[in-house]
Design a protein around this ligand. Structure first.
Ligand SMILES: O=C(CO)COP(=O)(O)O
Length: 259
């Protein structure tokens, strides 16, 4: 009997609003080349997704999709079509090849006033359009890990109430975003394990993944030792060498023994 293959590690990158258009496409070409040659990706041990700015989605998909790198949007409208100036709806995102839509990021909550009602409606919009929500959850201020775990599970439960479908739950403690260092491995492990345990009681979210984001970079996956199922990267993915260093931490499965 062979043991089942471990689930792939999920590595997502949000480019937020850092890069120009051509800069994004040049970065995407380097990520595509990395995905083409890195054994963690070619063996299926790691899966990559990228969330660039809206105008870059179509050309970035042309560069990344042939190498199995999935695309997603950094936001999604609560409605599917109609008089919603400036918004981009789920049907269009699906049509242009997105697989993911990010919702509930701390920056959108803090800077654009998005609260639970909007975040839940955006999550629902992603799911009804066949997109996997990358649902960001996490406490605002640094606190004790078990308190953070209880709050974050309650938040996920509230936001996903009544919804069905696989999600990426991105544990992003708001105080660790844009910081010099991520939260401690113990803190992340406590909260991500609590989120995983909670998801395991929810058959309606089978297939979901728990990742960590917030100043994540090279070395963190190793320190987490499997307590998170992946990372959601920001600044430390701007240099493709950082993404490569993280992929180097993911062990590819050993080649099958020859009988
Ligand atoms: O917010 C994040 C990912 O969505 C994390 O960003 P930083 O890694 O730049 O802190």
């Amino acid at each position: 009997m062979t043991s089942p293959a471990p689930s792939p590690v999920l590595l997502g990158v949000s480019l937020k609003m850092y890069f120009g258009h051509h800069q994004t496409l040049n970065w995407a070409r380097r990520i595509a080349a990395l995905a083409d040659r890195h054994p963690a990706v070619t063996s299926g041990a790691a899966r990559l997704f990228v969330l660039p700015a809206f105008p870059t989605l179509v050309p970035a998909a042309g560069i990344l999709a042939p190498y199995g790198v999935a695309l997603g949007a950094q936001d999604i409208a609560t409605e599917d079509s109609g008089p919603y100036t400036g918004e981009v709806g789920g049907p269009v995102l699906k049509e242009i090849g997105c697989r993911y839509a990010e919702v509930g990021h701390a920056e959108r909550r803090r800077l654009y006033g998005e609260g639970d009602t909007v975040v839940a409606a955006k999550t629902a919009a992603a799911l009804r359009n066949g997109l996997t929500p990358v649902l960001c959850v996490g406490e605002r201020d640094a606190s004790d890990a078990s308190d953070a775990a209880a709050r974050t599970v309650a938040e996920a439960e509230r936001l996903l109430h009544g919804l069905e479908g696989a999600v990426v739950l991105a544990y992003e403690p708001q105080w660790a975003i844009g910081a010099p260092e991520p939260a401690s491995a113990d803190h992340i492990g406590t909260v991500c394990t609590a989120l995983r345990d909670w998801l395991d009681t929810r058959p309606e979210h089978t297939g979901s993944t728990v990742v960590y984001g917030g100043s994540a970079g090279p070395g963190l996956l190793t320190r987490l030792n499997g307590t998170a199922e992946g990372l959601f990267l920001g600044r430390f993915a701007h240099d493709p060498a950082g993404v490569e260093a993280i992929l180097d931490e993911i062990r590819s499965p050993a080649p099958a023994a020859v009988a």
